[in-house]
Design a protein around this ligand. Structure first.
Ligand SMILES: Nc1nc2c(c(=O)[nH]1)N[C@H]1C(S)=C(S)[C@@H](COP(=O)(O)OP(=O)(O)OC[C@H]3O[C@@H](n4cnc5c(N)ncnc54)[C@H](O)[C@@H]3O)O[C@H]1N2
Ligand code: MOO
Length: 471
């Protein structure tokens, strides 16, 4: 199908209609590769955060009811010791049998009941050892930040606001009593006050970042439902294209495939870069078959009947060059040959980037952009990157506008796509503007000047398409 001139929005929609998000999979939260992937489903907490009521300060757990309302101090017996990472009081008591004759060494991961003479309890609650520091008898329980607050206790008084004044890291803790008073804050982080079980953590389409990994782990999740990075093949067409560093007369460096690969990678895809294919339909056919993983069975490897269709290789193909009206425009030649499906050769009323094409090759969507480097760049940003985003499972980028910081002219009747540098006072065309490849070196966004605008004035609002951050 060949259509008449269309708008950028129309061609973007036509490109997007060809792609769907790649399949979802589960990836462990501790797999570094999960960072940067896109959630395939909403994520909810499997456990509350915090998981249990715990001390927010090193100090003493108390019952506020035991502390005078008027703020005067009270001396309480120190009846136990709570460290982070210990079992619950009951199981700790079981573990130590409540019979230990000597105080545990500092750092012992136990709840150590303390007797009134400073030694460890040997008879449990029955002899006044306040076996689990339970609240029934009140008193104070020495507690370190992160340790579970004993049942019945409801506040923690920081050590520096008590008669103890400080704990010595790794040192003994033998005080039998502590004098303290009511504090304005309870310094207890309560279970579920950050997230309750079932609370939503993130939504489908969100990118997994460091913070999400942390909250997922804290909320009891082992795996996240994500989509793998889309695989995108990038290749250039042109018999004049030579490998990097070649200085042979009449050849040029294949800069487009490097540029397109970097753009597509920055947008979140894994890239299979084929590099340059000569202006030869058979060579292009073979290269495309290679990237989609088609097996050739017969002696004539180009007979479609001998090809096993598969999209196992890549999720999208992006090619540059060969889409205009020349005798060596190999993409056009191949699209006209009947080998490709869903062919849509389009003229877009934009500058640069007028000739465009879409197709599908053995089931893989194919976005063909023009070869002029600036055209290839803007076309890839406008058509291929939204497709990569959709393949990855991300929502479409919301429309944004930016102010022009300077003025410039624009061709009448065409949308003008301008690589720009974005500053606080607005955007200015990057480099020397126009079709100069050098202008792309510092561009951080594109702006699209509407077709009906012949002159952009400073302060005019323009649609703004930020470039993806290189990675
Ligand atoms: N008679 C017409 N001629 C052209 C038209 C038209 O409408 N009628 N359109 C022009 C426009 S607009 C563009 S854009 C180009 C697009 O042409 P192609 O997509 O066929 O691209 P090529 O001819 O292959 O190359 C154009 C230009 O870009 C250079 N190039 C190509 N590939 C690379 C690469 N990988 N790395 C660096 N540079 C590359 C190539 O050498 C050419 O100079 O067509 C106009 N013609
Ligand atoms: O529109 Mo072409 O894309 O001039 O460069």
């Amino acid at each position: 199908m060949t259509s008449g001139p269309r708008t950028i929005a129309e061609h973007t929609a036509a490109a997007l209609a060809r792609v769907r998000p790649v399949a979802a999979a589960s990836v462990r939260v501790d797999d570094p590769a999960v960072v940067g992937l896109v959630l395939a489903a909403d994520v909810v907490a499997a456990a509350p955060v915090p998981a249990f009521d715990h001390a927010a300060m090193d100090g003493y757990a108390v019952r506020s009811a035991d502390l005078p309302d008027d703020g005067s101090s009270v001396t309480l017996e120190v009846r136990g010791d709570r460290r982070p990472g210990v079992p619950s009081p009951a199981s700790a008591a079981d573990a130590v049998g409540m019979k230990s004759a000597a105080p545990a060494p500092p750092g012992a991961a136990d709840f150590i009941p303390t007797t009134s003479d400073g030694g460890a309890a040997d008879g449990g609650a029955a002899d006044g050892g306040a076996a689990d520091g339970g609240a029934a008898d009140g008193g104070a329980v020495r507690i370190m930040t992160g340790a579970p607050v004993p049942d019945g206790f409801d506040a923690v008084v920081p050590v520096e606001r008590t008669s103890t004044s400080r704990f010595v890291a790794g040192g003994p803790t033998t005080e039998r009593t502590v004098t303290l008073c009511r504090q304005a804050r309870d310094h207890v982080r309560r279970a579920g006050t950050d997230l309750r079980r079932g609370d939503q953590i993130a939504r489908a389409g969100d990118v997994v970042g460091p913070g999400l990994v942390a909250i997922a782990a804290a909320a009891g999740l082992v795996e996240l439902p994500v989509r793998r990075r889309p695989r995108v093949a990038v290749l250039s067409t042109g018999s004049e294209l030579a490998p990097l560093g070649t200085t042979e007369a009449g050849t040029i460096a294949d800069s487009n495939s490097l540029m397109l690969a970097a753009l597509v990678r920055a947008a979140g895809a894994d890239v299979v870069r084929i590099g340059a294919v000569p202006d030869d339909a058979d060579a292009l056919r073979a290269a495309l078959d290679h990237v989609v993983g088609v097996k050739t069975a017969g002696p004539d490897r180009h007979d479609p009947a001998d090809l096993m269709p598969t999209t196992g290789g890549v999720d999208l193909i992006v090619t540059s060059g060969g889409v205009s009206a020349g005798a060596s425009d190999v993409v056009r030649e191949l699209l006209a040959s009947g080998s490709a499906a869903d062919v849509d050769v389009a003229t877009v009323a934009m500058r640069p980037g007028k000739p465009q094409a879409l197709a599908s090759w053995r089931g893989a969507p194919w976005i063909a952009v023009p070869g002029n480097p600036v055209s290839a760049f803007v076309s890839t940003v406008l058509y291929a990157l939204p497709a990569v985003r959709r393949l990855a499972g991300r929502p479409d980028r919301p429309a944004a506008t930016v102010r022009a910081a300077t003025g410039w002219s624009s061709p009448p009747g065409k949308e003008q796509v301008v690589p720009v540098v974005t500053r606080p006072d607005g955007v200015t065309p990057a480099g020397r503007g126009g079709h100069q490849l050098s202008s792309l070196a510092h561009a951080d966004a594109l702006v699209v000047v509407p077709a009906e605008v012949a002159h952009v004035a400073p302060g005019d609002p323009l649609p703004h398409v930020p470039l993806p951050e290189a990675r």
